[in-house]
Design a protein around this ligand. Structure first.
Ligand code: AMP
Ligand code: ZN
Length: 114
């Protein structure tokens, strides 16, 4: 996906502060952090949104869950806690259409829900 900024980050064409990578996923610091720790975790394969997940992505999503847990621990968030979120589509607030988890922590995040 030539016009996808996250695919360009994976390809090394746009610089990013990379914190983790393996054969399936890639993680880097958000350019506009909303918390002291704000990491984006993305699949290497371009998947536009959560809506586009297929049955064969089950292993990938399970892997991403474990990588998120490791990233939280590696950044000192495990004990105090953190938030993981995915924005999907326009009303979900998605701005970059390459599926990504946000990992946020390092300050009290407050409640999203009433
Ligand atoms: P979302 O609104 O869920 O699509 O989140 C997109 C996130 O990508 C935002 O938090 C942006 O700050 C972040 N972002 C956009 N461009 C870059 C970039 N070049 N490097 C790192 N993060 C980025
Ligand atoms: Zn992409």
């Amino acid at each position: 996906m030539e016009d996808c900024i996250f695919c360009q980050i994976i390809a090394g064409k746009i610089p990013a502060a990379v914190v983790y990578e393996d054969d399936k996923v890639f993680a880097f610091e958000d350019i506009k952090p909303a918390a002291p720790v704000h990491i984006l975790l993305i699949p290497r394969r371009h998947i536009a949104t959560f809506n586009d997940l297929k049955p064969h992505d089950v292993e990938l999503m399970g892997h991403m869950a474990l990588v998120l847990k490791k990233l939280a621990a590696d950044h000192g968030l495990a004990e105090k806690g953190y938030r993981i979120l995915i924005n999907c589509g326009s009303e979900g607030g998605q701005q970059v259409y390459h599926l990504h988890y946000h990992l946020l922590g390092g300050r009290p995040l407050g409640r999203l829900l009433p």
